[in-house]
Write a protein that binds this ligand. Structure first.
Ligand SMILES: [Zn+2]
Length: 437
């Protein structure tokens, strides 16, 4: 068995790896590097694939040239896990396997990128199900919790043993959409024997365990109750794909204000969720296009205390609505004492940190009150990772989805659990190929 570390092995972004058993190869995830994509103009986004790879926006999959790729398997619908598919997947001409919400998002991306021919390759697999992708090679989806619906861990059953890929995850026993993780199955896999665990490590440097999504729901309720008492304009921003959180915001409003959702990604992610009945948006107005956003905001200006604005731009993305309001590009501007609630965390990379700094500075200059951190993370913290290692007791562990410092922190945790650095726990880099024994 061989592992190809293709993306996400020295960075938070562009996740992609491949497992080779005999002649067959399974690719897991195919993401873009968000901080290289955010801020690109139309022309740059249309650059040839080889140039996007060169600048690090897409994973370099040249190592798989000529290989017999039998499936591309997706852990969840975040762009750093699936958005490279329009550029890279076509040449493999194999099934692209994902859960319902992941595939709904992917369909939107394929339409935007004008790759409708790939839709025929999409293969729906739900959590708890298995698919045979080649002789002696089965893909299994295990229900998991994260900051997007329908996230799964992947178990690859091969003739050389079981590989578990965590995708992005938190161990949430009180989620607000769906059930807690499928611990029973994870423990069973542990008993069957896991040869290799490929684990994300985005928040491994944070101590303790991650709070459940239910806590964020209560925090959102409290934030809105207190903001409404001040009769000011209120805007709340979160990840457009965080459907559980958007549902909590709508519920917390309790019909008190008219909800206006603005931003293109909010429009597209909620539409995808609506198609598979994950969210009810009755009575909520959604504006995705530049012109209609300007029009909607103009209306709000007359009586801002009657509205709740849910907007994109929680990372301070310069092109998102919130940053554009802060730069006074619309007729609607914030007044002193208006409130902006960040129901999000900064995805840890330098571009986001810098963008958020600019956004917050602009808002503060206008006297806006900032309510940050009304949020619980979608990523496991150190003690959650320890719990998972103990459930699966894998023979080998390789962390990914982090720069070297984060990978090393995960490796140190594995060493506390009895693994040996360079032997049973390894730190890889993009482009590495290693044998798993
Ligand atoms: Zn994710």
């Amino acid at each position: 068995m061989k592992l190809y570390a293709l993306g996400g092995y020295n960075e938070v972004g562009k996740n992609m790896c491949a497992i080779e058993v005999g002649k067959d190869v399974v690719i897991i995830d195919m993401g873009v590097h968000m901080d290289k994509i955010v801020g690109m103009d139309e022309e740059e986004r249309n650059m040839p694939t080889k140039d996007l790879i060169k600048m690090g926006a897409l994973p370099n999959d040249v190592l798989l040239k000529g290989k017999n790729v039998v499936a591309i398997v997706l852990t969840h619908g975040h762009l750093d896990h699936i958005a490279a598919i329009p550029r890279l997947a076509e040449k493999y001409n194999c099934p692209i396997i994902g859960t319902p919400y992941t595939l709904e998002i992917l369909k939107n991306i394929l339409a935007d990128e004008k790759k409708p021919q790939l839709v025929k390759n999409l293969y729906l697999l739900s959590a708890g199900e298995k698919a045979t992708v080649a002789h002696n090679l089965d893909v299994e989806f295990i229900h998991m919790t994260h900051s997007i619906p329908d996230a799964v861990m992947i178990a690859l059953h091969t003739k050389d043993g079981i590989v578990v890929h965590t995708g992005d995850y938190k161990l949430d026993n009180n989620p607000t959409i769906g059930n807690a993780p499928d611990y029973k199955r994870l423990k069973k896999l542990g008993k069957l024997g896991v040869k290799l665990l490929l684990s994300e490590c985005v928040r491994v440097q944070d101590s303790a365990r991650t709070e459940p999504e239910y806590v964020a729901k209560v925090m959102v309720e409290d934030a809105l109750d207190r903001a409404y008492a001040d009769h000011s304009a209120v805007a709340i921003t979160t990840f457009a794909s965080h459907i559980a959180r958007i549902r909590s915001i709508i519920k917390a409003n309790r019909g008190r204000r008219e909800i206006i959702m603005i931003g293109r990604s909010l429009e597209s992610y909620t539409a995808a969720a609506q198609r598979i009945k994950l969210i009810d948006l009755e009575g909520i107005k959604i504006y995705g296009r530049r012109k209609s956003i300007g029009y909607a905001l103009k209306n709000i200006k007359t009586k801002p205390e009657n509205y709740l604005i849910i907007s994109t731009g929680n990372q301070g993305e310069p092109n998102a609505v919130l940053s554009r309001i802060a730069r006074k590009e619309f007729e609607f501007t914030f007044d002193k004492e208006d409130q902006v609630i960040f129901s999000s965390e900064v995805i840890p990379n330098p571009v986001n940190v810098a963008n958020r700094y600019v956004l917050e500075r602009d808002l503060k200059e206008q006297g806006v009150r900032l309510m940050e951190g009304v949020h619980t993370s979608g990523h496991a913290r150190r003690e959650d990772h320890r719990d998972l290692i103990r459930m699966l007791t894998p023979k080998n562990i390789i962390p990914h989805h982090g720069e070297t410092e984060r990978l090393a922190s995960y490796a140190a945790l594995a060493m506390e659990e009895g693994y040996i650095l360079g032997d049973t726990v390894k730190i890889l880099y993009n482009g590495a190929i290693i044998d798993i024994n």
